[in-house]
Design a protein. Structure first.
Length: 595
């Protein structure tokens, strides 16, 4: 029906007659000549409707925004001075010969070029929102990313294998979405949080190199980089070690950025989890921010200031400083705002010192806490932080997790702020890195038992196997995360393939042989049949596309996302179902639905 896309009309088609299909993005009547910007997924072209063709012109007079149109016309140069350098079609226009309204449109609830739309409006009218050029660009970029991933993995000998969407509920760190069985009364399927167990089974089955771009489901608290259903690039290999797995997946991401964005990523630093937490308070540090923690726990053990000495002497406590070069310019109001900000992360407050004259010791400092610190502590604060005149030093003192979360978030907030950018504390670049050597275990929130940091099938580092019996907290894992601009875009590990090592992990996690059989029996049985050494990595396609598109949220690169309350405003899901459906599923609601 058409000869080309609107956005692909260029000087190469000068003098040719083209047939275009698309939507009226904008209609302008210039005193007897009507201009229609015709839009499709590839972009826009200007269509000129002259009154010389009365039937066509009458049709053009009735066109309104978002009418679906067919245009037949001749490509000609735009008049000098009217070119649009932002469009592929910017030097040409189409002189309309025939115009047909394929379908009119009611008045849209918003203008597609309105940049101040609320997310509620956008998600309620998502079909129209997806017509906006920015969203079309985002989803086309996402498509190119997926295509390049497939091409790369195919060239590397990976095989695309689908795994089940209806599976067994297994503990993987988040709540499962459960699906009741109509056939088997009182039983449930679970939607997969990841294909973790099945991809391991595929390695035992001998497929050697597997991948899948698939949906995963987690019923967890949502934020900008989370969705209840998300898309994962899942990769698993046999007979490769962690360095080799990192090398091949790093090459994949480099290739995707090169082919989809024309961008060469810089060198990937490799840092340990312990180093990341010590320097940045985060296992996904944004290296574009030029601020780092200074460890002061040992310095503050004997100061009179209990806010510092308490955590410094408590098991699991931590005291750190964050030096902000030039931060002495900050007003008390700005400092107070940052104090309120860190409270979001559990901090009770935010101590600070302004350095007016570092050479004068305590007399050169401005702060309500200086009087509570002895001279030696003050000297070490200045020396360790490297604070200079005009700097501001923030402090965090609490349980290590609270300090890491609060001051780590403060580090990023200051770096990304207008102050941080104007003072050279932020470098606008792509900043990838690998974080390796994660701990195998961590205490649960109650501090009563060990839990797996990743999952219970992650292999310990060589030589750390016996630590699972004697000191689980010191046991490190063959686990690794790829981080980009402060976002974890992928994570994985080498898996356990030997039964005796798997038993040690279950013992550390207090999972009895009986429980293990019930929860993971099908995998444990399979591992007995000559399971090969294997490992892998899973990337978040949504997160990668979000970063590449420069979007604020993964909802901007997902066609039909959920809100932060896990609702679809377009369809009204989740919704009530009728009593008949519930009876078929053998379900009775404890609180009946409203009539």
């Amino acid at each position: 029906m058409r000869t080309t896309y609107c956005g692909l009309v260029s000087e190469a088609l000068l003098g040719q007659t083209v047939t275009l299909m698309g939507w009226a993005h904008r209609r302008r009547d210039h005193g007897g000549v009507i201009f229609v910007d015709l839009r499709d997924r590839e972009g826009m072209v200007q269509v000129v409707c002259d009154p010389d063709r009365p039937d066509m012109f009458r049709t053009a007079e009735g066109v309104r925004n978002e009418f679906c149109l067919k245009v037949v016309g001749k490509v000609r140069p735009r008049p000098a001075g009217t070119e649009n350098a932002n469009l592929t079609s910017g030097k040409v226009e189409v002189l309309c010969h025939e115009l047909e309204v394929l379908n009119p449109s009611v008045t849209p609830p918003f203008q597609l070029d309105d940049d101040n739309l609320s997310e509620t409006v956008r998600l309620t009218h998502r079909v129209l929102d997806l017509r906006r050029p920015a969203m079309q660009k985002n989803l086309m970029l996402r498509y190119r990313v997926a295509i390049e991933v497939r091409k790369f993995l195919d060239e590397q000998g990976f095989v695309d294998v689908e795994t089940p969407m209806l599976t067994k509920s297994t503990p993987e760190g988040a709540r499962d979405y459960l699906v009741p069985s109509r056939v088997h009364d009182g039983t449930f399927f679970a939607l997969p949080q990841s294909p973790q167990l099945f991809k391991q089974l595929l390695m035992v089955a001998g497929f050697d190199r597997y991948y899948q771009i698939t949906k995963c489901f987690r019923d967890e608290d949502l934020r900008a980089d989370r969705q209840p259903e998300f898309t994962q690039i899942d990769i698993e290999t046999s007979f490769l070690g962690e360095d080799e797995i990192r090398a091949i997946t790093e090459a994949m991401i480099r290739t995707v950025f090169r082919k989809a964005l024309g961008l060469e990523l810089p060198v990937y630093p490799v840092i340990t989890y312990a180093e990341a937490m010590a320097r940045y308070g985060s296992d996904k540090p944004d290296l574009r921010v030029k601020l780092e923690f200074t460890e002061l726990t040992s310095v503050m053990k004997d100061v009179d200031f209990k806010v510092f000495s308490g955590p410094a002497n408590a098991p699991g406590g931590r005291v750190v400083a964050l030096r902000v070069p030039g931060g002495g310019e900050m007003s008390r109001g700005e400092i107070d705002a940052y104090t309120e900000f860190v409270k979001i992360y559990g901090a009770k407050g935010l101590a600070w010192i302004k350095v007016n004259d570092a050479g004068k010791g305590r007399d050169g400092l401005q702060s309500p806490i200086v009087k509570n610190l002895h001279d030696s502590a003050i000297e070490q604060v200045i020396a360790r932080t490297g604070a200079r005149n005009g700097d501001l030093v923030f402090f965090g003192a609490d349980k290590a997790k609270v300090v890491n979360d609060a001051i780590g978030a403060l580090r990023v907030k200051i770096g990304h702020s207008e102050f941080g950018r104007s003072h050279g504390l932020f470098e606008d670049r792509w900043a990838p890195l690998w974080v390796v050597d994660f701990p195998m275990f961590e205490y649960d929130e109650e501090g009563t038992r060990w839990t797996a940091v990743h999952h219970p099938f992650t292999s310990p580092k060589d030589g750390h196997e016996n630590l699972m019996d004697t000191d689980p907290g010191a046991c490190l894992a063959k686990a690794y995360d790829m981080v980009l601009n402060g976002w974890e875009i992928g994570g994985g590990s080498v898996r356990i393939h030997r039964a005796e090592v798997q038993r040690k992990v279950f013992d550390a996690l207090k999972i009895s042989p009986e429980d293990a059989k019930v929860k993971f029996g099908f995998l444990l049985d399979a591992l007995q049949y000559g399971a090969p050494p294997h490992g892998g990595l899973a990337f978040g396609l949504d997160r990668i596309a979000t970063l590449m598109a420069g979007a604020d949220s993964i909802r901007d690169v997902i066609a039909f996302p959920k809100t932060q309350r896990a609702q679809c405003l377009l369809t009204g899901a989740p919704s009530h179902v009728d009593e008949g459906q519930l009876r078929e599923l053998h379900i009775r609601l404890r609180n009946p639905q409203p009539a």
